[in-house]
Write a protein that binds this ligand. Structure first.
Ligand code: ADP
Ligand code: MG
Ligand code: MG
Length: 444
């Protein structure tokens, strides 16, 4: 549905548009454009110096234009004179290949050509910290097992309710909010949607949660492991594939027909569902470079047991039924949950890499391999032949670099740009002197 943004501004009393795009590191960049100027910007885009953000451009490149996608406009529920609109990056009259929203759009088109329409729901966990980020905002939130703590969730009711009210108002169909497994950690859930809609909502959710937290004097963080010893911020993705996008979707392609029990109907996943899952399993170590994109991400996966008793994060490339100790859980018929991604995942690249790996799985009829219905935290050592997930960002980047078909599927320009910038980031990290190395080396 194309919207004339100037008319939208008049109708909704919007004074400014926030034309927003997401760079390769997940940074959200925007220009505030007065409504009077939006008609021209809707046509030609807002100009940015791409080099100033993480897009692998040089200072000599021409202006990058962020062209608003009018179907993705949202009036800020907490600042009604402003409307946020997701934009697509264009340079020299062409779509900028490595820009995350463009990468996702291309993969959605590719899947659609094969009659596959991916729908996903994500669970973007976050912590509420003090404004300076140094500690949990609630000094009384100290329980050893704080998950679903009703007292603690009510102490942050003002923040949680405000965000949930906004989701209700925006029609996202939120259905539950809770205190999560770490002190200071929360989760809010809304209904699944087409991959691009989920990516835009994910992106907006982060913006909204941070904004509302700031308004209340706190700081929201999606950092994968903000506090040592506590459960980290996951961003699980629930995935299914349908016969059409939007409201036209009727048939869940992943749901096995009732009678097809046996090898094709295992846990209620159709043959195509299993092949898609097979693609995720096959590319898991490589796609971790996207789903777990930071140095800190690797403090969440493969982590020692947390204070609450479990990390709830995976350590190996395994799948199972309704059991939360594996990388993939099949909670019910017709969908599966990828538990690998964390709060640092770029909303667009997360969806893109799921589609890229899944499509490859369907095309190559990939087999997800043996299912292990065991407690991976207690019995993981018994599993032979399931790869361990990468131990750090460099290993993940190397796995991604080796996976030529995944790199190809994500786009050659994107993959080269991403690897280059992420290797630079890794080099910056390893050249940083740490307290640990001094403590362990001084008296050697
Ligand atoms: P859990 O904590 O058990 O993993 P949540 O209820 O927190 O699950 O989140 C489940 C997410 O999965 C929600 O976003 C929900 O809309 C989504 N979901 C449910 N069914 C499907 C489906 N068929 N395809 C994709 N996502 C789905
Ligand atoms: Mg959940
Ligand atoms: Mg989950």
């Amino acid at each position: 549905m194309a919207t004339d943004l100037a008319a939208y501004a008049k109708k909704n009393n919007v004074k400014y548009f926030m034309i927003s795009y997401t760079d390769l590191f997940g940074g959200q960049r925007a220009k505030l454009v007065p409504a009077q100027a939006i008609a021209e910007m809707q046509e030609n885009g807002a100009g940015f110096a791409g080099f100033a953000t993480h897009l692998d451009l040089t200072p000599a490149h021409p202006d990058m234009l962020a062209v608003p996608d009018p179907s993705a406009v949202i009036q800020l529920p907490w600042q009604r004179d402003v409307a946020w609109v997701a934009a697509n990056c264009v340079m020299d009259g062409k779509s900028l290949a490595q820009a995350p929203r463009n990468v996702l759009a291309r993969l959605i088109d590719e899947a659609a050509k094969e009659g596959l329409h991916v729908k996903t729901g994500i669970e973007a966990e976050f912590f509420l910290l003090s404004a300076d980020g140094s500690r949990i905002s609630d000094e009384f939130d100290t329980a050893a097992k704080p998950c679903y703590d009703q007292q603690a969730v009510m102490r942050r009711y003002d923040v949680v309710r405000e965000i949930c009210d906004y989701m209700l108002e925006m029609g996202w169909e939120p259905y539950q909010n809770d205190h999560e497994d770490a002190n200071g950690q929360f989760e809010m859930n809304w209904a699944f949607d087409d991959a691009m809609a989920t990516a835009d909502k994910h992106s907006f959710f982060k913006f909204m949660t941070k904004s509302v937290a700031e308004k209340h004097g706190y700081r929201a963080t999606f950092m994968p492991k903000p506090i040592e010893g506590l459960t980290g911020n996951g961003c699980h993705a629930h995935i299914s594939v349908w016969d059409a996008a939007g409201d036209k979707a009727r048939k869940n392609v992943f749901a096995a027909k009732e009678k097809s029990a046996g090898p094709t109907g295992e846990l209620g996943l159709s043959e195509q569902g299993k092949h898609f899952l097979g693609g995720i399993m096959k590319h898991a170590s490589a796609l971790a470079a996207i789903t777990n994109p930071t140095v800190n991400s690797y403090k969440r996966i493969n982590a020692p047991r947390t204070m609450s008793g479990a990390t709830w994060a995976p350590n190996s490339v395994t799948w199972t039924g309704n059991n939360r100790t594996h990388m993939v859980r099949v909670p019910g018929p017709g969908r599966f949950e990828l538990r690998l991604p964390d709060g640092a995942a770029n909303p667009y690249l997360l969806q893109a890499v799921i589609i890229a790996a899944g499509l490859d799985g369907i095309r190559s009829k990939a087999d997800p391999g043996k299912r292990y219905d065991i407690d991976m935290y207690a019995e993981g050592h018994k599993v032979r032949g399931a790869p361990k997930l990468p131990l750090n960002m460099l290993d993940a980047l190397r796995e991604f670099d080796k996976d030529t078909s995944l790199k190809q599927a994500m786009g050659a320009e994107f993959s080269a740009a991403y690897l280059k910038l992420k290797h630079q980031e890794w080099n910056s990290f390893v050249s940083h002197f740490s307290r640990w190395e001094r403590d362990h080396t001084l008296d050697i």
